[in-house]
Design a protein around this ligand. Structure first.
Ligand code: ZN
Length: 140
């Protein structure tokens, strides 16, 4: 395991805007506030969602689209730079009216309502290509 000690005193509460993309709003916020490294969690509801599943054998993402209203029962993620821009790596557990869930890596979702807590860290964290997984991971 690689790790790095981080420091940070900036904390934010945010209310996501209805009708806009969940992840894009986090990335826009990070760019606006000059946040190059952060961790966040949130909850709320979305009107639709596209999840990406990373197939470990194929080493590629496959999309799964859900065109239905879903509760964001849980959202966890982090912000770091990818190709120089803030990237909000976002995972969610989404639930339906009957309590069943779908979950995974969130690519996009139209916000119905959303609330976030963000903890920003000093310094910059830039993702780098990892040959073992073919993913862009943190070089710590
Ligand atoms: Zn992911």
């Amino acid at each position: 395991m690689d790790y790095r000690e981080v420091e940070g005193t900036r904390e934010f509460l945010a209310r996501l805007e209805h009708g806009r993309d969940w992840r894009a709003q986090i990335e826009d916020f990070a760019a606006e506030e000059d946040v190059d490294a952060a961790a966040f969690f949130g909850l709320g509801a979305v009107q639709d969602a596209e999840l990406l599943y990373y197939d470990q054998s194929d080493q590629q993402y496959y999309p799964e689209r859900f065109d239905e209203p879903l509760e964001v029962a849980s959202c966890v993620g982090n912000v770091s730079l990818l190709d120089g821009d803030p990237f909000a790596h976002t995972h969610v557990v989404l639930s339906r009216a009957d309590g069943s869930t779908v979950a995974g890596h969130l690519d996009s979702a139209t916000v119905f309502a959303g609330e976030l807590y963000v903890r920003a860290f000093e310094g910059t964290l830039e993702r780098a290509h990892d040959e073992t997984t073919e993913l862009d991971l943190w070089p710590l």
